[in-house]
Ligand binder design. Structure first.
Ligand code: PGA
Length: 252
C-alpha cells in the first residue's frame, strides 16, 4: 500500500493579484505535470480565479481556505462549497487552527462544514491539533479524539476525498516545529482514531499531512516518518523557491 506524497500551501491572508499570479506560476513550474506527488495551493478567495488561470498545464490543484456549511442563504460575507466548486476549487481547508482559535469555530460547526465540502464532491483537508497548554497537560490524544469526532459524518464513499492535517497550534507560525518523532507519534494516533471511525482500509489510505513551521530544512526528516504522508505549509509556501524545495523533498 502506498500513499502518494502530498504538499499543500496555505497562503492565508497574503498577497496581491500580481503576487498570487507569480507565485502560482512558480509553483506550477516546480510541480510540472508530475503525478508522483500531489500539490494543492490555498490562496485567498479573491485570488482564486487568477491563481487557477496561472496553474494551467500543471498538476497543482486549486484549494480554498474556508467555506460556510450551507449551500446558500442569508449569510453575509460567507462563501459556500458549491460556489467554490463553481469557480474551479477542488479542495477546502476545514478547521484550520486559526479558524478554531481566532474565529471561535467549534467542533459541531466544523463537522457541518466537513460534511458540506464532501457532499459537494470536493476534497476536504480537515485540520486538527492541540495547543501548548493541552500538550503540556497530557491531553494531546484526547483533543485529537474530540476533534476527529467530525469524521463520523464522513460517508464510506466520501472517505477517498478526505485528508487530515495534524497541526500542533504551538508550532504554527512560531518557528517551533514538532520533532519528527512527535509528528509520527501524533500521526499514528490520528490514523488509529480515524480507523476506529472509518474502518481500517480507509485509514490505511488516508493522507496525513503535518503542518507547523515546515521549512525546506525540516521537510525531509518529517516526510521520512511512516505516517507523515505530506506537509501543510504556511509561511514557507509564500516563497516560490522554498516551496519548490519542499516539493522536491516530497518526491524528487
Ligand atoms: P506555518 O503555518 O507553516 O507558517 O507554521 C502552517 C499552517 O498554518 O498551515
Amino acid at each position: 500500500m502506498t500513499r502518494t506524497p502530498y504538499v499543500a500551501g496555505n497562503w492565508k491572508m497574503h498577497g496581491t493579484r500580481r503576487k498570487a499570479a507569480a507565485l502560482a506560476r512558480a509553483v506550477a513550474a516546480a510541480q510540472g505535470d508530475t503525478t508522483a506527488r500531489r500539490c494543492t495551493v490555498f490562496p485567498t478567495f479573491v485570488h482564486l480565479d487568477i491563481v487557477r488561470r496561472n496553474l494551467r498545464d500543471s498538476t497543482v490543484r486549486l484549494g480554498a481556505q474556508n467555506c460556510h456549511p450551507e449551500p446558500e442563504g442569508a449569510y453575509t460575507g460567507e462563501i459556500s462549497a458549491p460556489m467554490l466548486r463553481d469557480v474551479g476549487v477542488e479542495s477546502v481547508l476545514v478547521g484550520h487552527s486559526e479558524r478554531r482559535h481566532l474565529f471561535g469555530e467549534r467542533d459541531a460547526f466544523l463537522a457541518d462544514k466537513l460534511q458540506a465540502v464532501l457532499e459537494t464532491g470536493l476534497e476536504a483537508v480537515f485540520c486538527v491539533g492541540e495547543t501548548l497548554e493541552e500538550r503540556e497537560s497530557g491531553r494531546t490524544f484526547a483533543v485529537l479524539e474530540r476533534q476527529l469526532g467530525a469524521l463520523r459524518r464522513v460517508a464510506p464513499d466520501q472517505a477517498g476525498r478526505l485528508v487530515v492535517a495534524y497541526e500542533p497550534v504551538w508550532a504554527i507560525g512560531t518557528g517551533r516545529t514538532a520533532t519528527p518523532a512527535q509528528a509520527q507519534e501524533a500521526h499514528a494516533e490520528v490514523r488509529r482514531l480515524a480507523g476506529a471511525i472509518l474502518g481500517a482500509d480507509a485509514a490505511a489510505t488516508l493522507p496525513l499531512l503535518y503542518g507547523g513551521s515546515v521549512k525546506p530544512g525540516n521537510a525531509p526528516d518529517l516526510l521520512a516518518q511512516d505516517d507523515v504522508d505530506g506537509l501543510l505549509v504556511g509561511g514557507a509556501s509564500l516563497d516560490g523557491d522554498s516551496f519548490a524545495d519542499i516539493l522536491g523533498a516530497a518526491a524528487p
